[in-house]
Design a protein around this ligand. Structure first.
Ligand SMILES: [Zn+2]
Ligand SMILES: [Zn+2]
Length: 366
C-alpha cells in the first residue's frame, strides 16, 4: 500500500491554499529523514510569499518553522547537529535552510546565509517534483541530507519552539552582528515576532532599557510581558513625539542601539534619528523588498553611525535559539504568541489569521 501525506499547497499567488496528497518517499536516502509534523508555524514571510513578493517556484508547500517527530531515518543519520544520538520517535526542530558549503560565500568569505545555492524548506522547492514533501504545512516533511537537525529537550514545549519560530534565530543573528552590550539603551522598532524576539534577546544581553515602538495594543501587551521598559503605540504617536520620548528616556542623547524590525522603509529614516552619536543601527525587518525612500547620508556621517544588515540565520543560531528558549522560557514565554492551532485542512484560514494580525501568530497542527 502506497502511503500518502496531505499538504497545503500554494498553487498561485493570492489564491486559497489547496489541500493535495503526495506519496511518501518509498526509500529514505542516506542522511535524510522522514518526519511527522507536529506543529507548523506561520511566519509573516509566508504572507509575503502568498502575495508574490519574493521570487519562488510554484507550486510550493509553505512552512519553514516546524516541529516534528522522526518517522524514519536514512542510513548514517545517527546523531543531530550537536552530536546527540537520534532515533525514530525523537521530537526535533531543524534549520530551515541548507547551504552548499562549497561556494564563495560558504568557503572564501564566510557569509553562509548568502550561500549562492541556499535552499529553504517551505520556500525554495517545487512540490510537483519528488520528494515533494519539503514544506511544513503537511502531515509529513522530508528532510534532505545535510539538514541541521536538533533533538528537542523534553522540557521544551513544541509551542515555545514554534512560537519563537524563525523570528528568534533571525534576531540572534542580527544582534550578533550589531551587538547589544550590558547597559545599552535599546530601541526596537516593531512589535511583530521579530520585534518581540529582538526585545527578548536585547534584554537577555543586559540592555539597561528597551523601548518598543509598535502596535497594535495586544502586541504591545506581549512586549510588556516580555519586559519592555516603555512601549509606544505607533498609531497613537507621531514621529516627533516618539523621538522626543526616546531622547527624554536616554538623557537627551538617543539610543545606543536601534533595531529595525518593521519592514517599512520609512521606519529606517525615523530609526537612525533615534540613535545617539556613535550609535548602531540594524536593518533587520526588510526580508521582503518594500521599496526605496529618500535618505540623508549626512546623518550617518555626523552621528558617526554604524549601520548593519542581517539576512536569515545559520544552524548555530538555531542551536543558540533552542538553548535560549530552554534557559529563558520563564522570562520570555514565546508559547503565548501562538493561538489555538488550526487543522491542516484549514491552513488557508491560519495563513489569513497571520496576515490580518488577528493573533500574534498562528500555527497548524496536522
Ligand atoms: Zn520565517
Ligand atoms: Zn554555498
Amino acid at each position: 500500500v502506497l502511503k500518502t501525506s496531505r499538504a497545503a499547497v500554494l498553487t498561485g499567488y493570492k489564491t486559497p491554499l489547496e489541500i493535495r496528497e503526495f506519496p511518501l518517499p518509498q526509500t529514505i536516502e542516506p542522511g535524510a529523514a522522514l518526519v511527522r509534523v507536529k506543529l507548523a508555524g506561520i511566519c509573516g514571510t509566508d504572507v509575503h510569499l502568498w502575495h508574490g513578493q519574493l521570487p519562488i517556484p510554484l507550486p510550493v508547500i509553505l512552512g519553514h518553522e516546524t516541529v516534528g517527530v522522526i518517522e524514519e531515518l536514512g542510513h548514517g543519520l545517527i546523531h543531530d547537529w550537536s552530536g546527540q544520538p537520534l532515533s525514530a520517535g525523537d521530537r526535533i526542530n531543524w534549520s530551515s535552510s541548507i547551504n552548499c558549503g562549497e561556494c564563495y560565500y560558504c568557503r572564501v568569505r564566510p557569509e553562509p546565509t548568502r550561500c549562492l545555492k541556499r535552499k529553504a524548506y517551505g520556500i525554495s522547492y517545487d512540490c510537483s517534483v519528488a520528494p515533494h514533501l519539503l514544506g511544513g504545512y503537511a502531515d509529513y516533511i522530508y528532510l534532505r541530507p545535510g539538514t541541521a537537525i536538533f533533538k528537542l529537550p523534553e522540557a521544551l514545549p513544541t509551542e515555545a519552539v514554534v512560537g519563537a519560530g524563525c523570528a528568534l534565530v533571525t534576531s540572534l543573528h542580527g544582534i550578533e552582528r550589531i551587538g547589544v552590550r550590558p547597559g545599552d539603551n535599546v530601541v526596537v522598532q516593531g512589535s511583530g515576532p521579530v520585534g518581540l524576539a529582538s526585545l527578548a534577546v536585547a534584554k537577555a544581553c543586559g540592555a539597561a532599557q528597551v523601548i518598543v515602538l509598535g502596535g497594535p495594543p495586544h502586541r504591545l501587551e506581549i512586549a510588556k510581558r516580555f519586559g519592555a521598559d516603555v512601549c509606544l503605540d505607533v498609531e497613537e504617536s507621531s514621529v516627533e513625539e516618539r523621538r522626543a520620548e526616546v531622547l527624554e528616556l536616554t538623557g537627551g542623547f538617543g539610543a545606543d542601539v536601534v533595531l529595525e524590525c518593521v519592514g517599512i522603509p520609512l521606519a529606517v529614516t525615523e530609526g537612525i534619528e533615534l540613535c545617539r552619536d556613535g550609535g548602531r543601527y540594524l536593518v533587520l525587518g526588510h526580508y521582503g523588498n518594500a521599496g526605496t525612500i529618500e535618505f540623508n547620508p549626512h546623518v550617518v556621517t555626523r552621528k558617526q553611525l554604524t549601520l548593519a544588515g542581517s539576512w536569515g540565520f545559520e544552524p548555530r543560531h538555531t542551536k543558540a535559539a533552542l538553548e535560549f528558549l530552554s534557559r529563558e522560557r520563564e522570562q520570555f514565554p514565546f508559547e503565548q504568541l501562538i493561538g489555538e492551532p488550526f487543522a491542516l485542512d484549514r491552513a488557508f484560514e491560519a495563513l489569513q489569521a497571520t496576515a490580518s494580525w488577528s493573533t500574534a501568530k498562528s500555527a497548524i497542527a496536522p
